[in-house]
Design a binder for this molecule. Structure first.
Ligand code: FAD
Ligand code: FES
Length: 520
C-alpha cells in the first residue's frame, strides 16, 4: 500500500465536498503527497500549502482575512490567490494550486506558477525608480528590503554594505536552537549565495560604513572605498551595551549579536560546566535555556526583582523565572557582577560564583552614529516619518535603529523585534520605489523558553491595568496591558489564534481612527 493510501487526510486532487464549509473555514488535507489546506472565502475556493515557509507553522490554525491567511506562530501573511509571502517573517511563497469547482465539489488541479522577482507586481520602472539603491546593514531589515526591491521588479543596482562577517542570518535563532545545538550551521543564513547572485544583489561583508554624505549621496567605508547612491536605506540595527567589569578579560566575557558571537559561545560551551549570564532580558534568558539544554549549570545575575518585569510586568516575570528554575537555572536577582578574578565571579552582595565564562545580555543601543554624524534628525534612534523616510529626502531607515510614528499607540516608538525590522525593510523598499505606503503594522515579537513560547502583539511602555484570562501556570493564558480604556498590548501563551485576532482588531481600530481624522 502506498503512503497516500494510508493518509487519512482528504486528497483535494480527488475532489472535496464544500457542503457545510462556512465562509472563512480552512480544512487540512493534501494534494497527492503534499500537505495542503482548502479555504473558502465567499464563493472563492483556494488550495495552498499547509505549512508556513518561515518555520513550518500550521496555516490551518491561522487566521483567514480576505484573500490572505496569517500564520499562527509569528504572524507571516500569505496570499491565498498566489501563495506570495505578503508579510515577513516568511520571505518565500507557498505552493498554490488551481481549483476547479464542479457543483459543490472542489478539485485541486496543477500548481500555479510561483510568484518570482517582479512578476506579481507592476514593474518598478513604471514608478519613480531610483538609479541605484545602497543598503547599509546586512540584518533582517536590510535583507528584507533588498529582497522586496527585486520582488517589486526593481532592476537597478542594489548593494548591501554590512559590517558583519557573515551574510544576513536568522538572528533570533542565535540564542535558541543554534545555541542549544538543535539547529545546524546551514539553517542560519537567511539566503543562499545563489540568491544574491541570481537577484544581482551585491552583498559586501566586513564593510563598515564610516561616513555618510547626504548632499553628495555618497557613503565611505572604513577602508576608504566609496559608494554613491540615488536612494539609501540605513538598517544598522543595534549593538550590545558593553559593561566594564574589573578583572574581566575578552576571552571570559561574551556578547551575543552576530552569528560569529553565537559560534564563539557554542565553541566554549562544548567543554564548559558552569556559566554566569549577566542580565535577565529576553536574550539573557534564552541563552540560559539553551545552555541548560547542553547540561551546563547556569547562574543568572540581574539587578531587577523579577526577570522581564519592565517589559511584561511581575506576573509574566514570575512565571518565566519559575520556568527557568524548574530546569535548574539559579537566579541572583537584585544583584550585579562586581568583579572577575579568573574563574571566580563576585557579585554586589559578595556572593562568589565559579564559572567557565560569562555571557552579558544587558540590553542593546541603536547604531545611530553614522546617521548622527551625517546630520539626520535623531530621537533616541533615527527619526523617520510614517513612510520610514528620515529627515533627508531619499534616505530611509528601518529596523532596530528607527523611531517611527506608531498609529496604534499614537506615539513615536522604536522597538527591537525581528518581524518589525523585516516588515519595515519591506515597506522602506516599496517607498524607495515611490509606493507611498505607510508603515502601520502592529508590533509583534515572540520569545521562547524551553517548550513555552510567549507571543506579544502591540506595544506597552507604560500601563495601568493588567488583565489575565486563563492562567500562566496552565500555560494557557492571555495577558492584556491597558492604559485607561485603551488596549495597548496582549501577551499570549498557547493562544496563537487570539494573538492574530488581537493584531487584526488593532489594525481595524487604527484604520478607523485614521479615516475619521480630517485631511491635513
Ligand atoms: C540573539 C538574539 C535573539 C533575538 N531573538 C528575537 C526573538 O526571538 N524575537 C524577536 O522579535 N526579536 C529577536 N531579536 C531581535 C531581532 O533580532 C532584531 O530586532 C533584528 O535583528 C533587528 O534587525 P535590523 O536589521 O534592524 O538589525 P540587525 O539585525 O542588528 O542588523 C544590523 C546590520 O547592520 C550592520 N551594521 C551596523 N553598523 C554598520 C555600519 N556602520 N556599516 C555597515 N554595516 C553596519 C551590522 O553588521 C548588521 O549586519 C533577537 C536578537 C538577538 C541578537
Ligand atoms: S512559522 Fe509562520 S511565521 Fe514563523
Amino acid at each position: 500500500m502506498s503512503d497516500t493510501e494510508n493518509d487519512p487526510k482528504p486528497d483535494f486532487r480527488s475532489g472535496f465536498s464544500l457542503q457545510g464549509l462556512a465562509d472563512g473555514d480552512a480544512v487540512i488535507g493534501r494534494v497527492d503527497t503534499d500537505d495542503a489546506i482548502l479555504v473558502r472565502q465567499g464563493d472563492a475556493i483556494f488550495v495552498i500549502g499547509a505549512h508556513c515557509t518561515h518555520y513550518h507553522g500550521p496555516l490551518a490554525q491561522g487566521l483567514v482575512i480576505g484573500h490572505t491567511v496569517r500564520c499562527p506562530w509569528h504572524h507571516a501573511c500569505f496570499s491565498l490567490r498566489t501563495g506570495d509571502a505578503l508579510r515577513a517573517p516568511a520571505l518565500d511563497p507557498i505552493t498554490c494550486w488551481r481549483v476547479e469547482r464542479v457543483g459543490d465539489t472542489a478539485y485541486a488541479r496543477e500548481p500555479l506558477p510561483a510568484p518570482g522577482p517582479g512578476t506579481a507586481r507592476a514593474s518598478a520602472s513604471s514608478r519613480r525608480a531610483p538609479a541605484s539603491v545602497v543598503i547599509v546593514g546586512g540584518g533582517g531589515a536590510g535583507l528584507a528590503a533588498a529582497d522586496m526591491l527585486r520582488r517589486e521588479g526593481y532592476d537597478g543596482p542594489v548593494t548591501i554594505l554590512s559590517a558583519d562577517d557573515d551574510p544576513p542570518c536568522d538572528r533570533p535563532n542565535l540564542s535558541k536552537d543554534f545555541l542549544a545545538g538543535t539547529a545546524q550551521d546551514d539553517w542560519i543564513p537567511l539566503r543562499s549565495a545563489e540568491f544574491y547572485a541570481e537577484r544581482r544583489i551585491d552583498l559586501r561583508l566586513k564593510s563598515r560604513v564610516s561616513s555618510l554624505d547626504v548632499r553628495e549621496k555618497r557613503v565611505t567605508l572604513e577602508n576608504g572605498e566609496t559608494y554613491t547612491f540615488d536612494a539609501l536605506l540605513i538598517a544598522t540595527g543595534a549593538e550590545p551595551v558593553r559593561l566594564e567589569i574589573p578583572g574581566a578579560t575578552a576571552s571570559q566575557t561574551h556578547y551575543l549579536r552576530t552569528f560569529a558571537d553565537s559560534r564563539a559561545i557554542v565553541a566554549k560551551a562544548k567543554s564548559a560546566k558552569s556559566v554566569v549570564v549577566a542580565g535577565a532580558s529576553f536574550i539573557g534568558l534564552e541563552v540560559a535555556a539553551s545552555l541548560r539544554a547542553r547540561g551546563i549549570a547556569v547562574h543568572v545575575v540581574a539587578p531587577e526583582s523579577q526577570p522581564l518585569e519592565r517589559v511584561m510586568g511581575p506576573e509574566v516575570g514570575r512565571f518565566v523565572r519559575l520556568l527557568h528554575e524548574e530546569r535548574g537555572v539559579v537566579f541572583h536577582l537584585g544583584r550585579t557582577v562586581k568583579r572577575i578574578d579568573g574563574r571566580t565571579i563576585t557579585l554586589s552582595d559578595a556572593t562568589s560564583l565559579d564559572a567557565d565564562f560569562m555571557v552579558l545580555g544587558v540590553g542593546v543601543r541603536p547604531s545611530i552614529d553614522l546617521a548622527e554624524r551625517a546630520g539626520l534628525t535623531i530621537d533616541r534612534g533615527i527619526a523617520v516619518n510614517e513612510y520610514l523616510e528620515t529627515s533627508a529626502h531619499g534616505v530611509f531607515a528601518a529596523g532596530d535603529v528607527a523611531r517611527w510614528p506608531d498609529p496604534h499607540t499614537g506615539e513615536r516608538i522604536r522597538v527591537e523585534h525581528w518581524v518589525v525590522a523585516e516588515r519595515q525593510g519591506q515597506v522602506a523598499a516599496k517607498n524607495i520605489l515611490g509606493c507611498n505606503e505607510r508603515f502601520d503594522a502592529v508590533p509583534f515579537f515572540w520569545s521562547q523558553h524551553y517548550d513555552v513560547t510567549i507571543n506579544y502583539v502591540g506595544h506597552a511602555e507604560r500601563w495601568d491595568t493588567v488583565q489575565m484570562s486563563g492562567t500562566l501556570e496552565a500555560r494557557d493564558c492571555a495577558v492584556s496591558y491597558k492604559r485607561g480604556d485603551r488596549l495597548l498590548a496582549v501577551a499570549t501563551v498557547s493562544r496563537d489564534l487570539l494573538s492574530l485576532q488581537t493584531e487584526r482588531a488593532m489594525e481595524v481600530a487604527a484604520q478607523a481612527t485614521s479615516t475619521t481624522q480630517p485631511a491635513p
